[in-house]
Design a protein around this ligand. Structure first.
Ligand code: ZN
Length: 173
């Protein structure tokens, strides 16, 4: 008989009552885990400017695009990007969907507003540099491709340096 088999044959099973009554030593612990997330240079500046109520990108002097969100390299030209550049908080709806599903994948309840995530081309950013945000203050099925929109920002004291500092985009024309 192998040692492991002998141990298993002679082992005593631990019952839940043994643990509950303290007959068996056990330890309960809640680890205090903390971590930090480094946004990096480009996204760090982007988030800081959102807190200031501005949208910043990074220009690539080779392809003439302004990358939003900013990146330190241009994936098309395969080279470092150049200057920081602010873009407008206005833009054009490139596409939009009316979602009957909540952000947590549950079904939107009757009477609850449908969600309307959209792809918006921001003024001043290059072609195919779209922000994906949602539209509000309009009936979902009235949204049309090509509509002009503007960001609705949180109040300055409510901003935390996150994309949610922009509450949504509203149609302006
Ligand atoms: Zn480029």
């Amino acid at each position: 008989m192998l040692d492991a088999q002998r141990i298993l044959k002679t082992a005593t099973k631990v019952k839940l009552d043994d643990i509950k009554s303290g007959k068996v030593l056990s330890v309960h612990d809640k680890p205090n885990l903390k971590y930090a997330w480094d946004n990096g240079v480009a996204i760090g500046r982007y988030l800081a400017e959102l807190k200031n109520g501005r949208i910043i990108g990074k220009r690539c002097n080779s392809c003439k695009r302004v990358l939003v969100p900013p990146r330190m390299f241009c994936e098309l030209c395969w080279r470092p990007t150049d200057d920081w550049e602010f873009v407008q908080d206005t833009g054009t709806i490139l596409t939009c969907v009316v979602s009957h599903v909540n952000w947590d994948a549950s079904r939107v309840k009757k009477g609850q507003r449908y969600h309307t995530p959209a792809v918006i081309e921001l003024d001043g950013a290059g072609k195919d540099q779209e922000a994906m945000l949602h539209i509000d203050e309009i009936e979902p099925y009235d949204i049309k491709i090509g509509m002009r929109v503007k960001a609705v920002w949180k109040e300055p004291e409510e901003r935390i340096g996150a994309i949610t500092d922009i509450k949504y985009f509203k149609v302006i024309g």
